[in-house]
Design a protein around this ligand. Structure first.
Ligand code: ACO
Ligand code: LMR
Length: 549
C-alpha cells in the first residue's frame, strides 16, 4: 500500500516527518536546483537525490559546495537513484518490480555497486545477481560533468559498511572522477576488492571527439579516455577486466575467491515476497477474469473507433446514414430498414418544437431568464414531459396494443378506460380539434400509409378517435397517440423484431425517448433565444392570477 502525503512546501514536509533523511527530488531541471538547495538546508535531510537531467552546472556546483560544507550528500543530478537491497530504493532505479525480483534485490547480498550510468546500473544489477550472492547497495551517481557525489565517495562509504565484502564500479569515459578512486586505492584507503570497468573504449574508433548519452561522457584528453582510466585503476590495484564482456567473469572470480578465502559466506537465498500480478497485464494475458460492474451491449469504444451495435462510426458516415440509423443501432441494437429510420427522423423533426407556450418550452424559457445555464434550462423543460405532455407515447402504444390484440371494439376500449377512470393516452389536445387537426399527425399517417407494409394499429387508433370525437371535439388522436400506434406498426411490420422483443420494447417504454430527444432540440433553441435576446427575469403578471380564498 502506498501512502501519499502532500505538503505545501519542503519545510512543512520535513517538519511533519522529522525522521525522513533522504529527499528524492523529481523536479524538472528548471526547478531542481532551487528545491534541492532548500531541501539541503533542512536540518533533518542528509541526502538529496536529484533525478532531473540538464540542471545548470553552476547550480550543481553550488549544491555540491553547500552539501560538502554541511556534511551532506547529493546524488545526481541525472541519476536514476539507488537501491539498498531488501530495504528501499531511490527513484526509478532497478526498473519494475519483476526486474527487482529477477535481480535478487529483495534481500541484501555482499556487493556494493556504484555506476555513473543509470541504464547500465540496471544491467549490472542483473549481472551481479547472476554471479554473486547479490547487491548490498547500488548507486547511480549520474552522468553529469559535475556529479553531486563521486565514485570514490561511495566506494569509501562501502568500504566502511561491514556487510559489503567487495565492490563493483562502472565508470565511463570523460571527466576525471575515476582518478579520485585511483588515488584512494593508491593511498590504501580501500581494503576490500574493487572490480572496475570504465566503458567507452570504443571512442577511439571514431575519428573525432564523440559525445555519448551523458553530458559528462565525452573523451577530452587522453587522461579522460576509458583506456587510460582502466589502466590507471588496474595499476592502483583494482581488478579490471580486458573488456566489458569479461566483466561478468571477473566479478564471478573475485566473488568466488572471497568465498574460498572464507571472507564471504554467501547469504542464504530467501523466497522472494509474493508480488501480486498487475491486474491489467493479468487480464490481457487471460489469467484472470475481474468482476465487472457495468454491462454494455450497445456500443464499444475499445477499438480504433467506437462502434454502435458493432457498426464502426466511419462506416455509418461512409454509408451516408442518418440520425435515425444511429437511433436504430443504439436503441434497438440493429440496422432497421431505411423507411423505419426515416420514420424515426420524421418523428424527431416534427416533435422538435411546438412554440413557446407549451409546458416544456415555457419552463425552459423561465429557467433561462432566471440566469441558469444551458443544461439547467434544458432539463427544466424536459422535466415537464410526462403523461399529459409529450410523454404519453409509451402508454398509448401499451393501451392501443392491448385493446387491439384483445380484439376490443373502440367503444369497448374507450368505455372500459372510462370505467377505470383513465384518460386514453394519445387522445385529446389543448388546442387541436376535430376541425383543426394536428398537421404532425397527418404527416406521420401519410408517410406510414405510403411506406409501411401495414398500419393496422394506427387504423385502430383512428377508429378510437372517431368514437372519442363523437363525445367531444378536442378528443383527437394527438401526436403522441399517432407515434405510439405507428411505432407498433413499425415494430410488427418490419419483420425485424420477435413478438417478445416488441412486448419488451412496449413494456420498458422506449418510445417517449423519441419525444424527449426531439424536444431537446427545441428547448436548447429556446434557451439560446432567451440568452440572445437578453431577456430579464420572468415574473408572471398578477393580472393573470386569480387570487381567491
Ligand atoms: N380520454 C378520455 N377523455 C378525455 C381525454 C382522454 N384522453 N382527454 C380529455 N378527456 C375528457 C376529460 O375527461 C374531460 O371530460 P369531462 O369534462 O367530462 O371531465 C374533457 O375531455 C376535457 O378534458 P380536459 O382536461 O379539459 O382536456 P384538456 O384539453 O385539458 O386536456 C390533455 C388535454 C391533457 C392532452 C388530455 O386530453 C389528456 O390527458 N390526454 C391524454 C394524455 C395525452 O395524450 N397527452 C399528450 C398530449 S400531446 C402532447 O403533449 C405532445
Ligand atoms: C406539443 O407538442 O408540445 C404540443 O402538442 C403540446 C401542446 O400543448 O400544444
Amino acid at each position: 500500500m502506498a501512502i501519499i502525503f502532500a505538503f505545501n512546501g519542503i519545510e512543512a514536509a520535513c517538519a511533519a516527518h522529522p525522521t525522513a533523511d533522504v529527499f528524492i527530488n523529481f523536479a524538472s531541471y528548471r526547478s531542481a536546483a532551487a528545491s534541492s538547495m532548500s531541501a539541503l538546508k533542512q536540518p533533518t535531510i542528509r541526502v538529496v537525490a536529484i533525478i532531473a537531467e540538464g540542471v545548470p552546472e553552476s547550480d550543481t556546483k553550488q549544491l555540491i559546495a553547500y552539501a560538502r560544507s554541511n556534511n551532506k550528500v547529493v546524488i545526481g543530478p541525472a541519476t536514476v537513484g539507488g537501491i539498498q537491497a531488501g530495504a528501499f530504493k531511490i527513484g526509478d532505479t532497478a526498473g519494475t518490480i519483476d526486474n527487482i525480483v529477477h535481480c535478487k534485490l529483495y534481500r541484501p547480498g555482499s556487493v556494493g555497486f556504484v555506476s555513473k550510468s543509470g541504464g547500465m546500473s540496471n544491467e549490472m544489477y542483473n549481472t551481479i545477481a547472476r554471479v554473486t550472492d547479490g547487491i548490498y547497495e547500488g548507486i547511480a551517481i549520474g552522468g553529469d560533468v559535475f556529479p553531486g557525489s563521486t565514485l570514490s565517495d561511495h566506494i569509501l562509504r562501502f568500504n566502511n559498511i561491514p556487510q559489503v565484502k567487495m565492490m563493483v564500479v562502472l565508470g565511463e569515459l570523460g571527466g576525471r572522477d575515476e582518478y579520485s578512486l585511483v588515488e584512494a586505492l593508491k593511498q590504501g584507503k580501500v581494503n576490500k576488492p574493487v572490480v572496475a570497468w570504465v566503458s567507452g573504449t570504443c571512442a577511439r574508433l571514431f575519428k573525432s571527439e564523440v559525445q555519448f548519452g551523458h553530458a559528462g561522457a565525452k573523451s577530452g584528453g587522453e587522461m579522460e579516455s576509458a583506456q587510460a582510466k582502466n589502466q590507471a585503476l588496474r595499476e592502483a590495484g583494482a581488478v579490471v577486466p580486458t573488456s566489458y564482456e569479461a566483466l561478468e567473469a571477473t566479478i564471478k572470480e573475485t566473488f568466488e575467491q572471497l568465498v574460498e578465502e572464507g571472507k564471504i559466506t554467501p547469504v542464504k537465498e530467501v523466497k522472494p515476497p509474493q508480488i501480486p500480478e498487475d491486474l491489467n497485464s493479468a487480464i490481457k494475458s487471460g489469467k484472470v477474469r475481474a468482476p465487472t460492474h457495468i454491462i454494455s451491449t450497445i456500443s464499444d469504444d475499445r477499438g480504433e473507433e467506437p462502434c454502435y451495435a458493432g457498426v464502426p462510426m466511419s462506416s455509418i458516415v461512409e454509408q451516408g446514414l442518418g440520425v435515425g440509423d444511429v437511433i436504430s443501432l443504439l436503441w434497438f441494437k440493429r440496422s432497421l430498414p431505411r423507411y423505419c429510420t426515416k420514420f424515426i427522423e420524421i418523428c424527431i423533426m416534427l416533435c422538435a418544437d411546438h412554440g413557446p407556450c407549451v409546458s416544456g418550452a415555457h419552463n425552459t424559457i423561465v429557467t433561462a431568464r432566471a440566469g441558469k445555464d444551458l443544461v439547467s434550462s434544458l432539463v427544466s423543460g424536459l422535466l415537464t414531459i410526462g403523461p399529459r405532455f409529450g410523454g404519453a407515447i409509451d402508454d398509448a402504444a401499451r393501451y392501443f396494443k392491448d385493446a387491439y390484440d384483445r380484439g376490443l371494439t373502440p367503444y369497448e376500449f374507450v368505455e372500459s378506460m372510462k370505467k377505470k377512470g383513465i384518460r386514453v393516452p394519445g387522445i385529446g389536445h389543448r388546442i387541436k380539434r376535430g376541425d383543426n387537426r394536428d398537421k404532425r399527425v397527418e404527416l406521420l399517417q401519410l408517410f406510414a400509409r405510403t411506406n409501411f407494409p401495414s398500419v393496422k394499429y394506427m387504423e385502430y387508433a383512428v377508429q378510437v378517435e372517431t368514437y372519442t370525437l363523437s363525445k367531444a371535439n378536442n378528443l383527437v388522436l394527438n401526436v403522441d397517440g399517432a407515434i405510439g400506434s405507428l411505432f407498433l406498426d413499425l415494430l410488427a411490420g418490419s419483420g425485424m423484431f420477435t413478438k417478445q422483443e416488441i412486448d419488451e420494447i412496449v413494456e420498458i417504454g422506449y418510445l417517449n425517448g423519441l419525444f424527449v430527444l426531439a424536444r431537446s432540440i427545441g428547448l436548447i433553441g429556446h434557451t439560446f433565444d432567451q440568452k440572445r435576446l437578453k431577456q430579464p427575469l420572468y415574473r408572471h403578471p398578477w393580472e393573470d392570477v386569480l387570487y381567491t380564498k
